[in-house]
Design a protein around this ligand. Structure first.
Ligand SMILES: NC(=O)c1ccc[n+]([C@@H]2O[C@H](COP(=O)([O-])OP(=O)(O)OC[C@H]3O[C@@H](n4cnc5c(N)ncnc54)[C@H](OP(=O)(O)O)[C@@H]3O)[C@@H](O)[C@H]2O)c1
Length: 250
C-alpha cells in the first residue's frame, strides 16, 4: 500500500476496509484515466482499463503496471498491480463499480451503448460538461444518469467525483514532490450509502474524499473547474481544491 499523501489530513476512510474493489475506468487510455487507474491500483484495487479499442486498452494497462514513467515511481512489475485492459463493454461487465473518464462529447453515445451492462452498478462520473459552466442547470453526472435510465439501466446508481482533481496530479506518485499539498476529491451522489461507497473507493488514490452532497451539487464542482483551468494556464499544472475546517466527515 502506498503512503498517505498528507499525514496531517488523514483519509476519512483510513482503517476502514474498502468495499469489494473490482473497478473499471472507461476511457482509461486518456490523460486522466491513466492516472486514475494507476492510483486506484496502487491503493489495492483490481482495475480494468476500458477503451473503444481493446488493444489500446491492453497497451495502456501495460504502461500503468510499470508506473506510467512517473518521476520517482516504482516501476517494479513484482508489485503486481492488478491492471488489465479490455473494450469498454468488457471492462464494464467485469467491474462492480465503473469510473467514467471520457470527454463529455462522447459520454452519451457510450452510455447508450452500454446501458444494460451498467444496470445495478455504481457509475462514478469524472467528466465535466464542456466548457465548464456552460449549462448551469445540469452536470455531466446528472446527464449520465438521465441517459442510463433512458437506456434501460433502471437500477444504476450514479456518483460524481474527481471533477476538481488534475490528471497531472494523479500521474505523480502519492507523496512525491509536486503532489503536496494534495487536493481533496469532492464526491456527490443521491443517498448516503452511494456517496460513502464512492468516497471510500476514491480514497484508494491516496487523496482524501469529501462527501459533498447530492448529485446535483456536482454542478458547483464543474463550475469550480472553470476557475482551476484559469489557474492551470500559468506555471501551476495541477491546481486543485482543499476543503479546510472540517472537524468531522460530512
Ligand atoms: N484531464 C484532466 O485534468 C481532468 C480532470 C478532471 C476530470 N477530467 C475529466 O475526465 C474525462 C477524461 O479526461 P481526459 O483528459 O483523459 O480526456 P481525453 O484524453 O480526451 O479522453 C479520454 C479517453 O476517452 C476516449 N474517448 C475520446 N473521445 C471519445 C468518444 N467520442 N467516445 C468514447 N470515448 C472517447 C479515448 O479513449 P479510446 O480512444 O481508447 O476509446 C480517450 O483516451 C473528461 O470528461 C474530463 O472532463 C479530466
Amino acid at each position: 500500500m502506498h503512503r498517505r499523501s498528507s499525514p496531517h489530513r488523514e483519509n476519512w476512510a483510513a482503517g476502514v476496509s474498502p468495499p469489494a474493489a473490482n473497478l473499471a475506468v472507461l476511457g482509461g487510455t486518456g490523460q486522466f484515466g491513466l492516472g486514475l487507474a494507476w492510483r486506484l491500483a496502487l491503493g489495492g484495487a483490481r482495475v480494468v482499463i476500458g477503451s473503444r479499442d481493446g488493444k489500446r486498452a491492453e497497451e495502456a494497462a501495460a504502461r500503468v503496471r510499470t508506473g506510467l514513467d512517473a518521476p520517482g515511481a516504482v516501476s517494479d512489475p513484482a508489485r503486481g498491480l492488478a491492471v488489465s485492459g479490455a473494450t469498454n463493454r468488457a471492462a464494464a461487465r467485469a467491474a462492480d463499480t465503473v469510473f467514467l473518464s471520457v470527454p463529455f462529447a462522447g459520454q452519451e453515445a457510450l452510455l447508450e451503448e452500454l446501458g444494460s451492462e451498467l444496470d445495478g452498478k455504481l457509475v462514478v462520473c469524472c467528466g465535466v460538461l464542456w466548457p465548464p459552466g456552460s449549462r448551469p442547470e445540469t452536470s455531466a453526472a446528472e446527464e449520465a444518469e438521465r441517459v442510463l435510465r433512458r437506456a434501460g439501466a433502471g437500477k444504476v446508481r450514479v456518483a460524481a467525483a474527481f471533477q476538481t482533481v488534475a490528471a497531472g496530479l494523479l500521474r505523480l506518485p502519492p507523496g512525491a514532490a509536486g503532489a503536496e499539498p494534495a487536493p481533496d476529491i469532492l464526491v456527490f451522489a443521491d443517498g448516503t450509502a452511494d456517496r460513502e461507497t464512492a468516497a471510500r473507493l476514491a480514497e484508494l488514490t491516496g487523496l482524501r474524499a469529501v462527501p459533498a452532497g447530492p448529485l446535483r451539487k456536482s454542478r458547483a464542482a464543474e463550475a469550480a473547474l472553470g476557475l482551476l483551468l484559469e489557474l492551470n494556464r500559468g506555471p501551476a499544472r495541477h491546481a486543485g481544491l482543499m476543503v479546510t475546517g472540517l472537524t468531522h466527515r460530512p
